[in-house]
Unconditional design. Structure first.
Length: 342
């Protein structure tokens, strides 16, 4: 019996040693991954400053706190600053981290004309998950109970709920039939408040959902020519789903865009509107819109749309872009300029 007890004690001690050793190795590897990622960003002209990173969770978890995260372009024209980010992952599943990022996110940028602008995003009870693979992000999800956008422009946008998800599959860059990236955004109860907000915005948007996908090489980043390589490879930006519901009006849309030889947008988008006229009547009766404003909107919609043959009573707005021109029904506008990397 004594021998069995000694064997059990030795086994337990060995298991504890293995667990402790695994945690310290994982923590060291995490520090190396962060340092390597930081250096790669620096080589591409992006400066990452995390503050004094703390790693805890011993012995079964990795808990990471990034107290003062910021990302800035080397030329100083763009800078993001965020609140303290807390992330955690089980020791046996280090590539999937659950994180919390509630607080104020500040983005500053300088326009081509030299004017400085700022966007503030306040997220309340913001949390999500990130999946990593070989030092890069493969999936990032975020949900917040409330979000508020303010900044240089007057007024603010408030959403009662927000959810977003980004998926990256760069291995599909050469296969134009598969997505190399996709992004989904959904929000609920969106209100436009404060100075400059139109009277009609007093009625919140009930819901908004957007789903987009990319094919071809990922076109972003500071690597020179990334956008041009995406264009040359035949990459597309696909609007897979657009759904908006507001005061009885529903808008659905889909379409595909690319860049032409002069880096101008080309493609087509279809928008389908249902309930426009009942909504205008309702807003007029409630005093949100003046009768002349409602009549103007109805006339403009009639000029730009045609009846949707697939659904009587619904309007179809077909938008196309080609050769630097934007065409809506029979109206053509020469307003499309070459797109450059941000």
């Amino acid at each position: 019996m004594r021998r069995m007890a000694l064997v059990a004690a030795a086994t337990a001690a060995l298991a504890a040693f293995v667990v402790m050793g695994s945690w310290f190795l994982a923590a060291r590897q995490l520090q190396a991954d962060i340092a390597g990622w930081t250096e790669r960003q620096r080589a591409e002209g992006v400066l990452f400053s995390p503050g004094e990173i703390a790693i805890g969770g011993f012995p079964f978890r990795l808990d990471v706190t990034v107290p003062n995260p910021s990302l800035a372009s080397a030329d100083g024209r763009r800078r993001w600053e965020g609140p303290a980010i807390h992330a955690t992952a089980p020791l046996w599943r280090r590539g999937r981290l659950d994180y919390e990022a509630s607080g104020r996110h500040r983005y500053r940028f300088t326009r081509a004309d030299g004017a400085s602008r700022e966007i503030l995003l306040d997220l309340f009870q913001a949390r999500g998950r990130v999946a990593l693979d070989q030092g890069g992000i493969r999936m990032a999800g975020l949900s917040a109970d409330k979000a508020r956008i303010t900044g240089t422009a007057p007024g603010q946008i408030v959403a009662e709920a927000l959810a977003a998800e980004l998926l990256l599959s760069p291995e599909h860059a050469a296969d134009l039939k598969e997505d190399s990236a996709s992004f989904a955004l959904s929000t609920r109860s969106i209100a436009f408040l404060g100075e400059g907000a139109p009277r009609a915005s007093a009625l919140p948007v009930q819901s908004l959902e957007v789903r987009i996908a990319l094919t071809g090489p990922l076109p972003w980043g500071t690597t020179p020519g990334a956008l041009t390589r995406w264009r040359d490879a035949g990459g597309t930006l696909e609007l897979r789903r657009l759904e908006l519901a507001w005061s009885g009006l529903t808008v659905e849309g889909d379409g595909t865009l690319a860049l032409d030889e002069y880096m101008r947008p080309e493609g087509a988008v279809a928008l389908r509107l249902a309930g426009l006229h009942p909504t205008l009547q309702k807003l007029t009766a409630e005093g949100v819109l003046a009768p002349e404003e409602a009549d103007l909107i109805a006339r403009r919609a009639g000029e730009l749309s045609s009846p949707d043959l697939g659904d009587p009573g619904r309007l179809l707005i077909a938008v196309s872009a080609q050769d630097g021109r934007l065409t809506v029904r029979e109206r053509t506008y020469r307003i499309l300029q070459p797109v450059s990397a941000p």
